[in-house]
Design a protein around this ligand. Sequence first.
Ligand code: SAM
Length: 204
Amino acid sequence: MSMLPDLEGYFRRFVPPRDQFLKGLEEEAVFERIPIVGPVVAELLALLVVAMGAKQVLELGTATGYSAIYLGRALALTGGRLLTLERDPVMAARAEANLIRAGVADRVEVRTGDALRVLPELGGPFDFIFLDIDKEGYLPALPHCHRLLRPGGLLVADNVGFAAAADFNRELFLSPQWRSVPLLCLLPQHSPERDGLAFAIKVA
Ligand SMILES: C[S@@+](CC[C@H](N)C(=O)[O-])C[C@H]1O[C@@H](n2cnc3c(N)ncnc32)[C@H](O)[C@@H]1O
């Protein structure tokens, strides 16, 4: 059975369309080397939110608000809200401005602070959590994600191909508390890393 040649290039033709504002954020991220997810993963996050009918979503790692805009627009369809945590106050301010320009500021709250300090103060339940902070923070964030997710809630973690995510991966993929799947990603415009995503549902 033959494969299409240059699969990544081939699928690049089918990258979901988006508006000039989002394209501008992508260009800015390349220029400033800000590791945002690209339009394929962002659209995947939005699809998952809509498919689940998620209403309460938590994001760890906002950067300029690119993925938060996708999540916020998906939540406009479900009538939900996003809380997104960002450690860097300059980034958080940029994200807030971008969320206003994207028309989703009314359903997205950017909270400035280290997620590992903010998480213990949060109450759930959340339907969906997107984990995208420094990879060293993934393992310590995991028990909080578990506590904050409702049963059957979905955790998506980006960049699980980083060496620093190895302990997190072991915990997530081997724990009976989670039903999970690791996905190697070579998606067009995934993110600068083009590595892996983890999907896990809280089952116990
Ligand atoms: C990969 S970027 C997030 C990209 C964003 N999710 C997107 O795709 O548009 C990671 C962001 O998380 C922030 N960050 C890293 N570790 C953090 C932590 N422990 N708590 C809060 N924010 C953190 C960084 O400052 C950076 O802006």
